[in-house]
Design a protein around this ligand. Structure first.
Ligand code: 13P
Length: 339
């Protein structure tokens, strides 16, 4: 493990004003996203769509890194440049999703544990050769009657820490992603309690596995009322509860936090990020690592039509720029109309 490489890469990932594009949808997820806008999911359409994102104008000013999927890190642009190389050429770090998905946790109804540790050391060696500088592993925690159990939190936190240690051994910065799901009718207080319990456990396991905190990025969910809750929280409530949670659980040695959007609308995800940065400075950079909140407006315009690729790419640049403004608390909801 080379600490300097890890510290330097992590700092670049959460450089002021910048955030990460998650474009690492698994085959099943990207099929869902493409089908939703009337596009068949083939190797070619997936390539075309990802190329549209990676070649969008000016994004190197707002996007520090892109998380790729196994298929994508091996693909090339229509001009025959390997995607990791194309991104590096723009000063954008290529990353790779390495988990193998959240699977049912045995003997635990409705709870999941993320798989993918077997053979991971060897896969990191290959991904590093393909150009990956950082990685991602997502764990999911579900809120419901009687869940999450401590067993589920423990199993996921342990796997996250084992993954993070293997990543650092290969000089790859681990994005540690414990996602408390937005699904359910729980209130924001319940979400906060579960999130604190989860992050406490995650950092305790990270320390047990000797993970260098300065060389990792946390990718958390925001603290929100459940999607089906009767009362939804205000932007200020979300910012306050999320920051309180992070301040209580995330050591200041961690260089950055890069939120997932988790089913929020693009506008909500940007407004929440903005409200948190307006309350700064914080011990860590407060950044983004969105998939849907950056991509949904792009897919809506593109719909697989080559003649709309340019307009779709501009929509990505615009969303990236609004989140760039939210990185320093300079976003205003009024910009949604004018931009
Ligand atoms: P969303 O922003 O769509 O939640 O996706 C982020 C991500 O990478 C999930 O693992």
């Amino acid at each position: 493990m080379n600490s300097n490489i890890l510290i330097d890469t992590a700092a670049r990932m959460v450089a002021p004003g910048k955030g990460i594009l998650a474009a690492d949808e698994s085959s099943g997820t990207i099929q869902k996203r493409l089908n939703a806008v009337g596009v068949e999911s083939t190797e070619q359409t997936r390539r075309d769509y990802r190329e549209l994102l990676f070649t969008a104008p000016e994004i190197e000013n707002y996007i520090s890194g892109v998380i790729l999927y196994d298929e994508t890190i091996r693909q090339s642009s229509s001009t025959n440049v390997a995607f990791p190389k194309l991104l590096e050429g723009r000063g954008i770090l290529p990353g790779i999703k390495v988990d193998r998905g959240a699977k049912p946790l045995a003997l635990h109804d409705a709870e999941k544990v993320t798989e993918g540790l077997d053979g991971l050391r060897e896969r990191f060696v290959e991904y590093r050769a393909l150009g990956a500088r950082f990685a991602k592993w997502r764990a999911v925690i579900t809120i419901g009657t009687g869940i999450p159990t401590q067993d589920c939190i423990d199993a996921n936190a342990h796997a996250l820490a084992r993954y993070a240690a293997l990543a650092q051994e290969a000089d790859i910065v681990p994005i540690v992603e414990p996602e408390v799901l937005i699904d359910g009718d729980h209130d924001i207080d319940r979400c906060e309690a579960v999130t604190v319990r989860t992050f406490d456990r995650v950092f305790s396991e990270l320390k047990n596995q000797r993970v260098l905190l300065e060389g990792m990025i946390l990718k958390p969910s925001m603290v929100l009322a459940g999607k089906q809750a009767l009362r939804q929280s205000s932007v200020e409530e979300v910012a306050e509860a999320t920051l309180r949670t992070l301040l209580r659980t995330v050591p200041a040695a961690v260089p950055g936090i890069a939120f997932l959007s988790g089913g929020q609308t693009p506008e909500q995800a940007t407004a929440h990020l903005n409200a948190m940065n307006r309350r700064g400075p914080h011990p860590w950079q407060v950044a983004f690592s969105y998939a849907r909140a950056l991509q949904n407006p792009v897919l809506e315009i593109w719909r697989g039509r080559a003649e709309r690729a340019e307009a779709a790419a501009s929509a990505f640049t615009r969303r990236a720029r609004l989140n760039h403004l939210a990185r320093s608390g300079k976003y205003e909801p009024g910009m949604e109309k004018s931009a």
